[in-house]
Design a protein around this ligand. Structure first.
Ligand code: AMP
Length: 291
């Protein structure tokens, strides 16, 4: 018998959370779209460290996918996900249907903060509106004490931090480091799409991010020059380069010259799969964490 409580109804999920809190339990929340990997599990472990009860949500949110994106083929495997979470000692899995989250007639959405405008905001119109709306709904359904998000989705983490601050969300937001495969590829549910040759090509993302650190350590302070170096690492291997930039980690604006911490952000397409990655650096090129 499963020791994880599986809940599909938003109302029941709210009651469960409030019940735990009435019993003085600190509740942690980890929102995911499932197809879980070690990166997701690391968020659940981080939540476990600080909380008495951990809820992982599994919901492939249709409103954050564009019309020509991979919503239909996004990997789904609830039973395998639940097994992994059970082994980790997660207390509750919230896995609602699309109809439960968006009942007929639900038309309200959240206008994202200004940090949602560049980069992913330009490449994926409507994406952050979908993300903000579903995450705010999850905060309402599960008014947790702490919620963990991954630095892997750097701009998303920033957008959620801004939204939570601007809309007085009571849940504390924690950003956790990106887990990588031994060869440097950032773990992602979308890596399952990569054929063997694409998997090899995809290593150019982590190479380009290492190159940023090298350029900074050599004293290069021009974002344009560093972006050219990133592109030279990426272009031979990718089918489409959406962006490769070095920007201020708080504003996502490009400084005229690098004088403080920066984040390198990459989005590319490899063999029909869109991949993103990032790393934060001190001015002298050491990778730093957290954001
Ligand atoms: P997703 O299921 O892709 O929506 O991701 C759910 C959460 O897991 C988000 O907060 C992601 O940033 C985080 N996440 C995804 N990949 C990784 C990774 N490789 N390391 C750490 N966290 C991750």
């Amino acid at each position: 018998m499963s020791s994880v409580t599986i809940i599909e109804s938003p109302e029941e999920m709210f009651r469960w959370t409030r019940q735990q809190q009435a019993n003085q339990k600190v509740v942690g929340l980890v929102p995911t779209m499932g197809a879980l990997h070690e990166g997701h599990l690391s968020l659940a472990k981080a939540a476990r460290q600080h909380c008495d009860r951990v809820v992982v949500t599994i919901f492939v949110n249709p409103t954050q996918f564009g019309p020509h994106e991979d919503f239909e083929r996004y990997p789904r495997n609830l039973s395998a996900d639940v097994e992994l979470l059970e082994a980790l000692g997660v207390d509750c899995v919230f896995a609602p249907s699309v109809e439960a989250m968006y009942p007929e007639g639900s038309t309200t959405s959240v206008a994202p903060p200004s940090v949602a405008k560049p980069l992913e905001g330009e490449c994926r119109p409507g994406h952050f509106e979908g993300v903000c709306t579903v995450v705010l709904k999850l905060f309402q359904i599960i008014p947790a004490d702490l919620a963990c998000f991954g630095q892997k989705d750097f701009q998303q983490a920033l957008v959620i931090q801004h939204m939570a601050r601007d809309l007085n969300v009571g849940t504390r937001i924690q950003i956790c480091p990106t887990l990588r495969e031994p060869d440097g590829l950032a773990m992602s549910s979308r890596n399952a799409y990569l054929k063997e040759a694409d998997r090899e090509r995809a290593l150019c993302l982590s190479r380009a991010l290492r190159r940023v650190g090298v350029e900074l350590s050599r004293g290069v302070r021009s974002p344009v020059q560093i972006e050219q170096a990133m592109k030279s690492e990426l272009s031979p291997y990718v089918d489409q380069l959406d962006y490769a930039v070095v920007v201020d980690p708080e504003t996502l604006e490009c400084p005229p010259s690098i004088a403080g911490p920066v984040v390198g952000l990459i989005a590319v397409h490899v063999g029909g799969t869109r991949l993103i990655d990032n790393s934060v650096y001190s001015v002298t090129g050491e990778s730093t964490y957290p954001i």
